[in-house]
Write a protein that binds this ligand. Structure first.
Ligand SMILES: Nc1ncnc2c1ncn2[C@@H]1O[C@H](COP(=O)(O)OP(=O)(O)O)[C@@H](O)[C@H]1O
Ligand SMILES: [Mg+2]
Length: 272
């Protein structure tokens, strides 16, 4: 059987913030219909890599391939247009709005009017679709009409995941989605991740929580000091091997010869 094509692929991405080189030729790939965990120590470059892959900035060097074709994403809208959404750890929702308003934030449904002029928000339809979306992901909330500030952190994060899954046709990035959650809430969000995957979308789970990753990831890729240093196929990873990769004791992806030197040269090219 032919290898499936990656949905999204990062090739040798470089990103500098002043003198800090957050990505030093980082590779990464995600295949359709899988949960791939992106792991690495604090500062390894995980969030930076994900921001590059969801339109947060254009990398200084390297290439991003979508379904095998090079693309340039200049804003998160470009990523959204390709069917990719992101869930952040800091519960990026509007606390004063209810679940439906959050689900449709920036994508409100309108009715009536001429074109979009004199139109009004179609609250009924948005609420109906929200009920449907939550039910589809088996998320239950105490109330749909309360501002989400009244919900628990886990319930709010569930809304964020359902929102991402609702709009992402192909891929959902989740950057440390359970970092702010308790044990039971974490469990609920992990189950949700599996449901998003089972609904046919790929999930990139950024995490440094080993038990979380072990329980839902199909594959694992490890970033260290701005480079992918290890990747583990389905059934090939254990807690020990992942920890070894995160700490640098295990490397499965050695840099191509000369590659590291080339990147260092690039990093220093505009220094006096
Ligand atoms: N906006 C920024 N400005 C300056 N440095 C940054 C910025 N974002 C990230 N960095 C630096 O880049 C490196 C990688 O950060 P990050 O991608 O957040 O790592 P991770 O998510 O793996 O913890 C760190 O050294 C971090 O301090
Ligand atoms: Mg991070």
């Amino acid at each position: 059987m032919a290898e499936p094509k990656p949905l999204l692929q990062a090739c040798q991405l470089v990103k500098r913030f002043g003198s800090v080189q957050a990505l030093r030729g980082a590779d990464f790939c995600v295949y359709p219909g899988e949960v791939v965990a992106l792991m690495g120590d604090n500062g390894a470059g995980k969030s930076t890599l994900v921001r590059a892959l969801c339109g947060g900035f254009v990398p200084d060097a390297g290439e991003i391939l979508f379904q095998g074709r090079p693309i340039t994403m200049r804003s998160p809208r470009d990523a959204q247009a390709l069917g990719m959404e992101t869930v952040y750890q800091d519960l990026a929702l509007a606390p004063d709005l209810d679940a439906a308003a959050n689900l449709f934030l920036g994508r409100e449904l309108l009715r009536g009017g001429w074109g979009r002029r004199l139109a009004w928000l179609d609250h009924g339809e948005m609420r109906r679709r929200t009920v449907q979306a939550l039910a589809g992901m088996q998320v239950t909330l105490p109330s749909l009409r309360e501002p989400i500030a009244s919900l628990s952190g886990g319930q709010r994060q569930s809304i964020a995941v359902v929102r991402a899954a609702t709009w992402a046709q192909r891929l959902v990035f989740m950057d440390e989605p359970t970092a702010a959650l308790g044990v039971a809430q974490t469990r609920a969000v992990l189950e949700l991740i599996v449901r998003v995957r089972d609904s046919g979308r790929a999930v990139v789970l950024i995490s440094h929580n080993l038990p979380d990753v072990m329980s839902v990831a199909d594959r694992v890729e490890v970033l260290r000091l701005g480079r992918r240093t290890a990747r583990f196929a389905r059934g090939e990873f254990s807690a020990d091997r992942i920890v070894a990769a995160i700490t640098g004791a295990l490397v499965t992806e050695p840099p191509a010869s000369g590659e590291a030197i080339g990147i260092d040269m690039a990093a220093h090219k505009d220094m006096p």
